[in-house]
Design a binder for this molecule. Structure first.
Ligand code: RIB
Length: 294
Protein backbone atom coordinates (compact mmCIF):
# COMPACT_ATOMS: atom_id res chain seq x y z
CA UNK A 1 0.00 0.00 0.00
CA UNK A 2 1.36 3.40 -1.04
CA UNK A 3 0.19 6.89 -0.08
CA UNK A 4 0.06 9.58 -2.77
CA UNK A 5 -0.42 13.14 -1.56
CA UNK A 6 -1.34 15.28 -4.58
CA UNK A 7 -1.09 18.70 -3.01
CA UNK A 8 0.19 22.22 -2.63
CA UNK A 9 3.72 23.38 -1.94
CA UNK A 10 4.08 26.93 -0.59
CA UNK A 11 6.89 29.14 0.56
CA UNK A 12 5.54 30.67 3.79
CA UNK A 13 6.67 34.24 4.60
CA UNK A 14 5.91 34.49 8.30
CA UNK A 15 5.69 37.89 10.00
CA UNK A 16 5.63 38.17 13.80
CA UNK A 17 3.18 40.90 14.79
CA UNK A 18 1.61 42.20 17.97
CA UNK A 19 -1.89 41.59 16.61
CA UNK A 20 -3.41 40.49 13.30
CA UNK A 21 -3.85 43.50 10.98
CA UNK A 22 -7.21 45.24 11.00
CA UNK A 23 -8.68 46.62 7.72
CA UNK A 24 -6.83 49.80 6.72
CA UNK A 25 -4.22 49.43 9.46
CA UNK A 26 -0.41 49.50 9.04
CA UNK A 27 1.84 47.98 11.69
CA UNK A 28 5.49 46.97 11.78
CA UNK A 29 6.44 43.28 12.03
CA UNK A 30 9.12 42.43 14.58
CA UNK A 31 10.57 39.65 12.41
CA UNK A 32 10.18 37.81 9.10
CA UNK A 33 11.09 34.16 8.62
CA UNK A 34 10.81 32.01 5.51
CA UNK A 35 9.58 28.43 5.89
CA UNK A 36 8.58 25.51 3.67
CA UNK A 37 4.82 25.04 3.89
CA UNK A 38 1.59 24.46 2.04
CA UNK A 39 -1.11 22.16 3.34
CA UNK A 40 0.02 19.52 0.87
CA UNK A 41 3.71 19.64 1.74
CA UNK A 42 2.99 19.83 5.49
CA UNK A 43 0.74 16.79 5.36
CA UNK A 44 3.28 14.81 3.33
CA UNK A 45 5.93 15.59 5.92
CA UNK A 46 3.58 14.73 8.79
CA UNK A 47 2.74 11.41 7.09
CA UNK A 48 6.44 10.67 6.53
CA UNK A 49 7.47 11.67 10.06
CA UNK A 50 4.69 9.49 11.42
CA UNK A 51 6.10 6.57 9.40
CA UNK A 52 3.96 6.33 6.25
CA UNK A 53 5.50 5.60 2.82
CA UNK A 54 4.47 8.83 1.07
CA UNK A 55 4.84 10.15 -2.47
CA UNK A 56 4.17 13.83 -3.03
CA UNK A 57 2.84 15.09 -6.38
CA UNK A 58 2.63 18.75 -7.34
CA UNK A 59 4.26 21.66 -9.10
CA UNK A 60 6.83 24.09 -7.73
CA UNK A 61 7.79 27.40 -9.32
CA UNK A 62 11.01 29.39 -9.61
CA UNK A 63 11.37 29.55 -5.83
CA UNK A 64 10.80 25.83 -5.28
CA UNK A 65 14.25 24.62 -4.16
CA UNK A 66 13.48 25.05 -0.47
CA UNK A 67 10.31 22.96 -0.89
CA UNK A 68 11.99 20.07 -2.69
CA UNK A 69 14.84 20.07 -0.16
CA UNK A 70 12.42 19.98 2.78
CA UNK A 71 10.47 17.05 1.31
CA UNK A 72 13.60 15.06 0.51
CA UNK A 73 15.16 15.78 3.90
CA UNK A 74 12.08 14.22 5.48
CA UNK A 75 12.08 11.11 3.27
CA UNK A 76 9.09 12.08 1.15
CA UNK A 77 9.41 10.65 -2.36
CA UNK A 78 9.55 13.63 -4.77
CA UNK A 79 9.66 11.85 -8.12
CA UNK A 80 6.22 13.33 -8.92
CA UNK A 81 7.06 16.92 -7.98
CA UNK A 82 7.78 18.84 -11.17
CA UNK A 83 9.11 22.35 -11.81
CA UNK A 84 7.31 24.97 -13.81
CA UNK A 85 8.65 28.44 -14.53
CA UNK A 86 6.79 31.30 -12.88
CA UNK A 87 5.87 32.22 -9.32
CA UNK A 88 5.30 29.24 -7.07
CA UNK A 89 2.67 28.94 -4.36
CA UNK A 90 3.41 31.21 -1.43
CA UNK A 91 1.77 32.79 1.58
CA UNK A 92 2.02 35.84 3.79
CA UNK A 93 1.36 34.67 7.34
CA UNK A 94 0.90 36.96 10.33
CA UNK A 95 1.50 35.34 13.71
CA UNK A 96 0.43 37.32 16.77
CA UNK A 97 1.77 37.25 20.31
CA UNK A 98 -0.66 34.47 21.29
CA UNK A 99 0.44 32.25 18.40
CA UNK A 100 -2.75 32.82 16.37
CA UNK A 101 -2.28 33.27 12.65
CA UNK A 102 -3.86 34.75 9.57
CA UNK A 103 -2.86 33.46 6.12
CA UNK A 104 -2.94 35.15 2.71
CA UNK A 105 -2.46 32.50 0.02
CA UNK A 106 -1.21 32.90 -3.57
CA UNK A 107 -1.69 29.68 -5.55
CA UNK A 108 1.04 30.17 -8.19
CA UNK A 109 2.14 26.89 -9.77
CA UNK A 110 -0.12 24.92 -7.40
CA UNK A 111 -2.93 26.00 -9.71
CA UNK A 112 -1.21 24.91 -12.94
CA UNK A 113 -1.89 21.16 -12.60
CA UNK A 114 -2.94 19.64 -15.94
CA UNK A 115 -5.02 16.52 -16.53
CA UNK A 116 -2.09 15.07 -18.47
CA UNK A 117 0.16 15.50 -15.41
CA UNK A 118 -2.47 13.97 -13.13
CA UNK A 119 -2.84 10.96 -15.45
CA UNK A 120 0.92 10.44 -15.53
CA UNK A 121 1.17 10.48 -11.73
CA UNK A 122 -1.87 8.31 -11.07
CA UNK A 123 -0.64 5.66 -13.51
CA UNK A 124 1.92 4.66 -10.85
CA UNK A 125 -0.77 3.85 -8.25
CA UNK A 126 -3.40 1.18 -8.04
CA UNK A 127 -6.16 -0.48 -6.05
CA UNK A 128 -5.65 -0.25 -2.31
CA UNK A 129 -3.30 2.76 -2.47
CA UNK A 130 -4.45 5.96 -0.75
CA UNK A 131 -4.78 9.40 -2.31
CA UNK A 132 -4.59 12.38 0.07
CA UNK A 133 -5.96 15.74 -1.10
CA UNK A 134 -6.42 19.25 0.23
CA UNK A 135 -8.01 22.20 -1.59
CA UNK A 136 -4.98 24.26 -2.61
CA UNK A 137 -4.49 22.80 -6.12
CA UNK A 138 -6.64 22.86 -9.26
CA UNK A 139 -8.10 19.80 -11.04
CA UNK A 140 -9.25 18.22 -7.76
CA UNK A 141 -12.46 16.84 -9.28
CA UNK A 142 -10.55 15.19 -12.13
CA UNK A 143 -7.90 13.71 -9.84
CA UNK A 144 -10.58 12.27 -7.53
CA UNK A 145 -12.51 10.68 -10.42
CA UNK A 146 -9.41 9.13 -11.95
CA UNK A 147 -8.04 7.86 -8.63
CA UNK A 148 -11.41 6.33 -7.77
CA UNK A 149 -11.46 4.68 -11.19
CA UNK A 150 -8.10 3.07 -10.35
CA UNK A 151 -9.50 1.68 -7.09
CA UNK A 152 -7.57 4.09 -4.86
CA UNK A 153 -9.02 5.21 -1.54
CA UNK A 154 -9.44 8.93 -1.05
CA UNK A 155 -8.76 11.02 2.07
CA UNK A 156 -9.91 14.62 1.61
CA UNK A 157 -9.04 17.63 3.76
CA UNK A 158 -11.23 20.24 1.99
CA UNK A 159 -9.19 23.14 3.26
CA UNK A 160 -9.38 26.03 2.55
CA UNK A 161 -13.06 25.44 1.80
CA UNK A 162 -14.27 27.32 -1.29
CA UNK A 163 -16.40 26.99 -4.42
CA UNK A 164 -13.72 24.90 -6.22
CA UNK A 165 -15.10 21.99 -4.23
CA UNK A 166 -18.54 22.36 -5.83
CA UNK A 167 -17.36 20.43 -8.88
CA UNK A 168 -16.00 17.51 -6.78
CA UNK A 169 -18.02 14.35 -6.30
CA UNK A 170 -17.65 14.05 -2.52
CA UNK A 171 -19.38 10.68 -2.54
CA UNK A 172 -16.02 9.29 -3.75
CA UNK A 173 -14.33 10.23 -0.48
CA UNK A 174 -13.49 7.42 1.98
CA UNK A 175 -12.18 9.65 4.77
CA UNK A 176 -13.05 13.30 5.37
CA UNK A 177 -10.61 15.27 7.53
CA UNK A 178 -12.44 18.50 8.37
CA UNK A 179 -12.55 21.17 11.02
CA UNK A 180 -15.79 22.48 12.49
CA UNK A 181 -15.95 25.43 10.06
CA UNK A 182 -15.57 23.16 7.03
CA UNK A 183 -18.03 20.72 8.62
CA UNK A 184 -20.50 23.59 8.93
CA UNK A 185 -19.93 24.65 5.33
CA UNK A 186 -20.54 21.13 4.03
CA UNK A 187 -23.55 20.30 6.21
CA UNK A 188 -25.08 23.65 7.23
CA UNK A 189 -24.86 22.49 10.88
CA UNK A 190 -22.92 24.13 13.73
CA UNK A 191 -23.09 21.59 16.51
CA UNK A 192 -20.30 18.94 16.15
CA UNK A 193 -22.66 16.01 16.82
CA UNK A 194 -25.09 17.32 14.21
CA UNK A 195 -22.25 17.82 11.71
CA UNK A 196 -21.30 14.15 12.11
CA UNK A 197 -24.92 13.04 11.85
CA UNK A 198 -25.49 15.06 8.69
CA UNK A 199 -22.21 13.82 7.16
CA UNK A 200 -23.50 10.31 7.73
CA UNK A 201 -26.73 11.12 5.92
CA UNK A 202 -24.87 12.77 3.05
CA UNK A 203 -21.86 10.45 2.65
CA UNK A 204 -22.98 7.28 4.40
CA UNK A 205 -19.96 5.00 4.35
CA UNK A 206 -17.25 7.61 4.69
CA UNK A 207 -15.24 7.95 7.88
CA UNK A 208 -15.12 11.49 9.29
CA UNK A 209 -12.39 13.11 11.37
CA UNK A 210 -13.74 16.38 12.83
CA UNK A 211 -11.21 18.62 14.55
CA UNK A 212 -12.56 21.20 17.00
CA UNK A 213 -9.59 23.42 17.87
CA UNK A 214 -9.27 23.73 21.63
CA UNK A 215 -12.20 21.35 22.10
CA UNK A 216 -10.27 18.40 20.69
CA UNK A 217 -11.48 16.11 17.94
CA UNK A 218 -14.12 13.54 17.03
CA UNK A 219 -13.90 10.58 14.68
CA UNK A 220 -16.92 8.79 13.30
CA UNK A 221 -16.61 5.34 11.77
CA UNK A 222 -19.99 3.74 11.05
CA UNK A 223 -22.04 3.89 14.22
CA UNK A 224 -19.02 4.49 16.48
CA UNK A 225 -17.88 7.95 17.57
CA UNK A 226 -14.49 8.47 19.28
CA UNK A 227 -13.39 11.61 21.16
CA UNK A 228 -9.99 13.03 21.92
CA UNK A 229 -9.33 16.17 24.01
CA UNK A 230 -6.37 18.44 23.23
CA UNK A 231 -3.13 18.32 25.21
CA UNK A 232 -2.78 21.79 26.73
CA UNK A 233 0.47 23.58 25.83
CA UNK A 234 1.60 27.17 25.41
CA UNK A 235 1.13 27.93 21.70
CA UNK A 236 3.84 29.82 19.84
CA UNK A 237 2.52 29.30 16.29
CA UNK A 238 -0.53 27.23 15.31
CA UNK A 239 0.43 27.04 11.60
CA UNK A 240 0.39 23.41 10.38
CA UNK A 241 -1.10 22.04 13.61
CA UNK A 242 -4.07 20.72 11.63
CA UNK A 243 -1.76 19.26 8.98
CA UNK A 244 0.27 17.53 11.69
CA UNK A 245 -2.90 16.08 13.19
CA UNK A 246 -4.24 14.76 9.89
CA UNK A 247 -0.89 13.27 8.82
CA UNK A 248 -0.41 11.45 12.11
CA UNK A 249 -4.02 10.32 12.35
CA UNK A 250 -4.12 8.90 8.84
CA UNK A 251 -0.82 7.10 9.36
CA UNK A 252 -2.18 5.58 12.56
CA UNK A 253 -5.26 4.25 10.76
CA UNK A 254 -3.19 2.92 7.85
CA UNK A 255 -0.93 1.10 10.30
CA UNK A 256 -4.00 -0.62 11.72
CA UNK A 257 -4.04 1.23 15.02
CA UNK A 258 -7.41 1.64 16.68
CA UNK A 259 -9.07 5.07 16.36
CA UNK A 260 -8.40 5.91 20.04
CA UNK A 261 -4.67 5.37 19.68
CA UNK A 262 -4.50 7.12 16.29
CA UNK A 263 -6.37 10.15 17.71
CA UNK A 264 -4.24 10.32 20.84
CA UNK A 265 -0.97 10.16 18.90
CA UNK A 266 -2.21 12.81 16.46
CA UNK A 267 -3.26 15.10 19.33
CA UNK A 268 0.19 14.75 20.91
CA UNK A 269 1.95 15.50 17.61
CA UNK A 270 -0.20 18.60 17.02
CA UNK A 271 0.43 19.82 20.59
CA UNK A 272 4.18 19.59 20.03
CA UNK A 273 3.88 21.38 16.66
CA UNK A 274 2.16 24.46 18.11
CA UNK A 275 5.01 25.01 20.59
CA UNK A 276 7.36 25.74 17.64
CA UNK A 277 7.41 28.39 14.92
CA UNK A 278 6.81 27.61 11.25
CA UNK A 279 4.92 25.00 9.27
CA UNK A 280 6.67 21.81 8.12
CA UNK A 281 9.65 22.41 10.38
CA UNK A 282 7.43 22.39 13.47
CA UNK A 283 6.18 18.83 12.87
CA UNK A 284 7.71 16.36 15.35
CA UNK A 285 9.06 12.96 14.39
CA UNK A 286 7.48 9.72 15.52
CA UNK A 287 10.03 8.95 18.26
CA UNK A 288 9.62 12.37 19.80
CA UNK A 289 5.84 11.97 19.86
CA UNK A 290 6.20 8.54 21.50
CA UNK A 291 8.47 9.98 24.22
CA UNK A 292 6.41 13.16 24.85
CA UNK A 293 4.76 13.28 28.26
CA UNK A 294 2.81 16.55 27.82
O1 RIB B 1 -2.00 24.61 6.98
C1 RIB B 1 -0.93 25.52 7.04
C2 RIB B 1 -0.51 25.92 5.66
O2 RIB B 1 -1.58 26.62 5.06
C3 RIB B 1 0.66 26.87 5.61
O3 RIB B 1 1.90 26.19 5.57
C4 RIB B 1 0.38 27.71 4.38
O4 RIB B 1 1.24 27.48 3.32
C5 RIB B 1 -1.08 27.42 4.01
O5 RIB B 1 -1.19 26.69 2.88
Amino acid sequence: MKVLNFGSLNVDYVYQVDHILLPGETIAASSRTIFAGGKGLNQSIALAKAGAPVFHAGLVGDDGDILLEELSANRVDTRFVERKSGPGGHTVIQVDKDGQNSILLFGGTNRCITQEFADRVLAAFCEGDWLVLQNEINELAYIMQKAHGRGMKIALNPSPFDSNLDSCDLSLVNLFMINEIEGGQITGEKDPEKILERMKQLYGGAQVLLTLGGDGSLFRDGESVYRQPVFKVRAVDTTAAGDTFTGYFLTGLLEGKGPEEALRTAAKAAAIAVTRPGAAGSIPCRDEVARWQG
